[in-house]
Design a protein around this ligand. Sequence first.
Ligand code: FDA
Length: 305
Amino acid sequence: MEKILKNFFLFLSKNRFFTKLAKRYGLRFGAGRFVAGETIEAAVQTIKELNDKGMSVTIDHLGEFIDSRSEAVAAAEECMEAIRAIADNKLDSQLSLKLTSMGMDIADDLVMDNMRRILDVAEEKDVFVTIDMEDFERCEKTLEIFKKLREDYDHIGTVLQSYLYRTEEDIKALNAYSPNLRLVKGAYKESAKVAFPEKKDVDENLKNIIRIHFMNGNYTAVASHDDAIIDYTKQLVAEKKIPNDRFEFQMLYGIRVDRQEELVKEGYKVRVYVPYGNDWYGYFMRRLAERPANVAFVLKGVFGK
Ligand code: FDA
């Protein structure tokens, strides 16, 4: 049953009709538990609250299925506005973005131009930018773009997903770029041709790539809500005497908040991924797919408290 629900929500997350509908009707149906609000002002307020609790943040202006050059340019403008808001409000926050929002599926010059404009502002304002990883189809191109940009910019990192067979090779190949990487299990529906179908293999491979990346001496963001992964990381850094300023834990806004607070109390750096914007539908569906039990929260949101 869990698997059926997971596939159902992943199917919905890719549906353009529902995405457009959700955009029109705003943040309802319980998505507010995972999304900071529709505007940068709402996001700034949320970042302040998290910073006050000792947590760092990365904000993500939600946007999927960009169809035109003008939409991609507008999304890039949103990113620049977010970077300026972070700097102006002296917030402890980075920015995360998706290359499809920047026009990756439309034209190479468009995505590169948008990224360079964003990174020029990011370097000037000293705000780090992470390129989220999307589905397998876009992985190769995302890494190519990351490598090109990394040659010219310091304030840029990306994400690798442990469910892909290729990731161990990618992490080794990327070492030449001394990358700051976020390591995750992976959130998209992928075929067994390219991704481990069994969860236990995905979990094992996440531990594997965490170890490789740490041993390469690169900055590591371990992004998982899984206690086994968090405990593995704690044990590894203790064993290898890796200082706390060489890694961080990352979790999503609204998920396992108690665990986030505990880690801060224990002295670890914790970064919360805070999405905002009106294009929240695909993100929300992927969170439901990860844990269909969250549907209970959604129903509560719809049918009252
Ligand atoms: P797993 O799914 O195994 O869950 C372990 C435990 O965590 C569960 O038993 C439950 O207790 C808790 N939990 C997990 N999800 C929950 C939820 N939705 N609600 C409540 N509890 C939950 N993916 C991607 O493909 N590209 C990307 O760029 C990113 N970026 C990213 C950034 C950050 C900061 C995070 C934390 C995650 C991502 N992801 C991602 C998503 C990632 O790939 C993965 O889908 C989720 O993190 C879920 O996997 P976990 O490692 O948390 O463990």
